[in-house]
Design a protein around this ligand. Structure first.
Ligand SMILES: [Ca+2]
Ligand SMILES: [Ca+2]
Length: 225
């Protein structure tokens, strides 16, 4: 006898003619079972797509697309990571929870091969940060100023912070503080002040990881003497 390994979606029915005793050319039909030992492949995508840091500013729709080179996809399932039960995927589903949601998903083919579980992380932040300047500052020209500030955000653990210094509404200096942890005081001492003597206003701007910017920057007075 012989065995034949086939991968494919098309059933194969063969007719093999062979001699059986005196009755030459007696026919016998054989049905070959198709071999499928490959798992399906599922790809998850978010609409709208997240930004480069993996964040969305609004609810997203999750699409699971499955394919199988052998017997074909039987079902696709998903669940929140750690949840006891799988949900059968039938159509794109919405995620609107603020913060991080981790989903697991997988597909099964018609031969019973189960795909290894994959993970999808969805990060949503729809709120803008709040900024505070924590005190008026006095600095001698040519010396370091100490600027104390704070950024609060209900979701984002970090925000990109910028301080802008104005005189009578005219921007005189921009200080880029980069990514800073939210919900804690920031004491910035990196600015050597070369502004002319006088009274200024310093304002704190922040943009969270999803791209939401503070609406009304916190501000205090800066005196250069
Ligand atoms: Ca397969
Ligand atoms: Ca936020």
């Amino acid at each position: 006898g012989c065995s034949v390994a086939l991968q494919g979606e098309t059933a194969l029915v063969g007719t093999i003619w062979h001699d059986v005793g005196a009755n030459a050319n007696q026919g016998a039909a054989y049905v070959f079972s198709l071999l499928d030992d490959g798992s399906p492949l599922t790809v998850a995508s978010s609409t709208p797509a997240p930004n480069a840091g993996g964040w969305n500013r609004e609810a997203v729709s999750i699409t699971l697309s499955a394919s199988d080179a052998g017997s074909g996809v039987s079902s696709t399932q998903y669940r929140l990571a750690g949840a006891p039960h799988w949900t059968t995927y039938t159509a794109p589903f919405a995620v609107s929870k603020q913060g991080l949601s981790t989903y697991e998903y997988r597909s099964t083919d018609k031969a019973g091969n189960v795909e290894a579980i994959k993970t999808l992380k969805v990060r949503i932040d729809s709120t803008y940060p709040l900024t505070k300047a924590l005190g008026n500052v006095t600095v001698t020209r040519g010396r370091r100023a100490t600027l104390c500030l704070r950024v609060d955000d209900s979701v984002a653990p970090q925000a990109t912070v910028t301080v802008k210094i104005y005189r009578r509404g005219v921007l005189k200096k921009t200080l880029k503080l980069g990514l800073r942890a939210t919900k804690r005081k920031v004491k910035y001492t990196g600015y050597i002040c070369q502004l002319p003597r006088g009274t200024y206003t310093w304002k704190v701007y922040a943009t969270d990881l999803a791209g939401n910017s503070a609406k009304s920057p916190g501000q205090k007075v800066l005196k250069v003497k």
